[in-house]
Design a protein around this ligand. Sequence first.
Ligand code: C2E
Ligand code: CA
Ligand code: CA
Length: 636
Amino acid sequence: MGELRYFDNFSPVGDLIVVAICFVIMILLITSYVRKTKAYYIFLNIVAFLIAAALCDVIHHDLYTQITNGDYTSVYIFRLLYRAFLFSILFLFVVYIVTLQRLELDKKIPVMIVSSLIYVSAVIVDIVTCINGTGFHLNRDGTAVNGFSVFLYGYLGLVMVSIFLMLVFRKRLHKRVMLGFYGTITISFLILYIQKTHGQSSFTASTFLFPIIAMLYLIHVNPVNIELGSISIRALEDMVNYNFKHGHKLLFMSLYLPGFDVEGRTLPKELQDSIRRNSSQFFSDAVLFQVSYGHVVLVNRIDGNSNYSEKLKALLNAFEKEHQKYQNDYKIVIGASSDDVSRENEYVSIIKSIHRYMQLNEVHMVVQEDLTKYKEYKAILAALNSISHRHDPNDPRVQVYCQPVYNIMTKTYDTAEVLMRLDLPDIGLVYPDKFISIAEESGLINILTKIILHKTCTEIRKLTSEGYLFDRISVNISIVDLRQESFTSDIDWIIHTSGISSDKLALEITESQNEEEFKVIKSRINELKGRGITFYLDDFGTGYSNLERIMELPFDIIKFDRSLVNASSNDERSQMMVRSMANLFSQLQYAVLYEGIETDNDESRCINMSARYLQGYKYSHPVPITELRKFFSRKE
Ligand code: C2E
Ligand code: CA
Ligand code: CA
């Protein structure tokens, strides 16, 4: 062991920079939106320990230079503290990796026992060899004797445990994250080596900084979801762009779990584990992206996986097995990239649009038709947004069609139903089955309803002033409209400004299955009923009809759905059922309206089943509202 003045090969610069960088990291962590996971708190402790270690290193060298009486006790204490902090950091590295990898108890326990043993014995041996003089020692003249150094063994022992974990359980972490760790650890070793060959010791603490920066960048600030092994959806756009530019085809495998797609809700641990495991098992280079709480997309390059369809099959088989265990509802969408979609980077939107019409618990393979539907969906959504934005009650894109309704008692057409159409440039006439659900989902139905009500009331006003005789015209209302607090006052305003009598307007409402909503809807309907508006129960026979509930609401007319009209023509029993229901309703003073009357046979059958009103193609297809003049009679 050489004899040299202790501080000859030390400069505090390395440590001070470490302290400064650690504080910067702390500030960044506090000011950015990091997820406060268990790993995050371990990470914070590691940073704090590194600050403590670096400070102790500086302090013990500083004390050393000030001591003149040859009593170096305080130097020993801070030197021991310095090393104890470094051991603690190495030990916490192991805990951190174990946490990230979510090791099962039977794997975790031996790892923790081994690393605790190394940690505790390294600290104890360091203290003991310092006290009994066999370890590091300072002579009265200030020269240092290195003696037995446990540091190297403790350091290597804990680093080896970490590397062991990172190699054996590498599949448990995102591949790039692992590469990031391997890379930074290599740099640390390199610094240690260069330091050693130059007889330096100033940069020991800084070698602990590199894995810390890697953790900060790869795990905490980079939006990696450790539990799922996924990365944020933002990175998908980059991946798409990159592969599109380089002409690589991608395979998209989307898993949507609607039951868990709720803000703030995390997937149960066993599901997370299963997703993480299976998404790296079959495609070695697949990247998992998290779209929302219950939606992940696994993406990988097709050209890198020659037998990718085999792998896909294996993945789906594995999924099927897991599904039998957990039984969660799902929607799976699988498709390859295409240039058009890559150019616009719209994969997630397309997957979401497919979710709208695909069945639950089904695997949907994307076909050209899906892309066509998506284009249409996008155009409709854009038009709806534009209509909402313009907020013009006379917007020409909203068209009022009407279907006259035949009254059996008066043998005339004295009511009609309004059916909305959109007249869009480039697309033409769009029917409600294409746009009502989009409008409801995107919160744009209210403006459509206001426009259609305004236009209808204006036309009612014209028809009355021209002397046409009719009882009322009904407008379809969405449940979403009824939720709206301002709905009643909106209707008041429209009726008031158009100057019609409110009994000329009727509203058609479909049954809602939502118990909680029922109360709100009931009070809103009662308010409007008080204004003299007539209410129709729409689509009777399609939902889970609850007679008690129907009677709680002030309906005047029950519209029997077309499916009941059809059923009644098919067999005797169905006809009996429809007839007795219609009978019951008329005895309860409701008027029964049959929808979808197409033939003479439909007509005569329904007349014999307590019909009061008939509506259907037999009388007229929906026509522009101005054409109602052909059906209504007029004052002489
Ligand atoms: P709905 O209220 O059940 O309207 C009846 C639908 O059946 C209309 O389809 C009508 O054109 C069609 N129909 C009428 N007679 C016959 C027939 O004899 N045979 C057959 N097969 N069909 C017939 P449309 O216009 O496509 O409307 C579909 C649905 O869209 C409506 O069903 C209604 O729920 C909704 N809807 C229409 N306009 C509006 C609106 O302004 N607001 C809201 N919220 N929903 C609307
Ligand atoms: Ca209707
Ligand atoms: Ca219907």
